[in-house]
Design a protein around this ligand. Sequence first.
Ligand code: GLY
Length: 309
Amino acid sequence: MSGEIIVSTWSFGRRGHDAAWGALVDGGSSLDAVEKVCRVAEDDPEIDSVGWGGRPDRDGRMTLDGCIMLDPRQCGSVACVERHRHPVSMARQVMERTDHVMLVGPLADDFANACGMPEEPLLAPSARAAFDARQVGDGGAGGAGAPPIDSPSGALFPDEQRWRHHDTIGTLAIDGRGVLAGACSTSGMAWKVPGRVGDSPIIGHGLYVRPQVGAATGTGTGELVMGECGSFLAVERMAMGDSPTEACVHVLKRILDAGPIESHETVAMLALREDGVWGSASIRPGYRTSVRRHDQDEALEPHVVLLER
Ligand code: GLY
């Protein structure tokens, strides 16, 4: 299998695919494509787990995380960003303009200012309303919880009273020159303890790319992914001969083998091999993968789901 491809977590990934595909097939880079896909999600107030439409922390403050990667020597990341709407682009600036991999907190925002990136409001009206509703209700972090359910609207958590939000746009692409790239962006877990950072901006956890092998990304409860170095592990498994789907399943089984998970917790993994073969798996139903290639533009159920509900 060959040719350009973009795969992203969740149905809302298709919105970014629509925006990125034309340039990609016109000779554009996979790096530009994955950045674009994440930027579209970061800008969309309907998407309730990424960007300014996501859910804030316990105190109503939105903090965003993101990363981008071409290979182990070319990666960038930011976490706990509070004044800029596009952590993926900040991460790219870290990768391209510094000798470092990761910047965090207000000093990452200062770096973005120095790069000429505009400050923007980070709490969309829908996010503000969700926070206000939580103040008068009993939902959120103390509730019994349910895992996210994919929806074309971009809202993974339609019932504000039942969950702890946590999800991610993770996107992987191959361009016409065969170059792999990946990126990730999230508002993290809703109502999180201020300062909490999950897997998404951590290279090897929420995203990993090894050019001669493949790339992987994860979505779901970041703490579970971080316990297994999920994306690194998936790519290592592909290097050892696993198919992309087998690699994803391996990571998820390791998570389940480590101990019980709560009812609202889940993880889905997505892997793309360097030859364009991809696979996905999810601990629970509800997750979908968006796929764009020359003969395909759709959101698909994961190849494997480990639990019935
Ligand atoms: N997977 C996103 C997060 O846990 O922050």
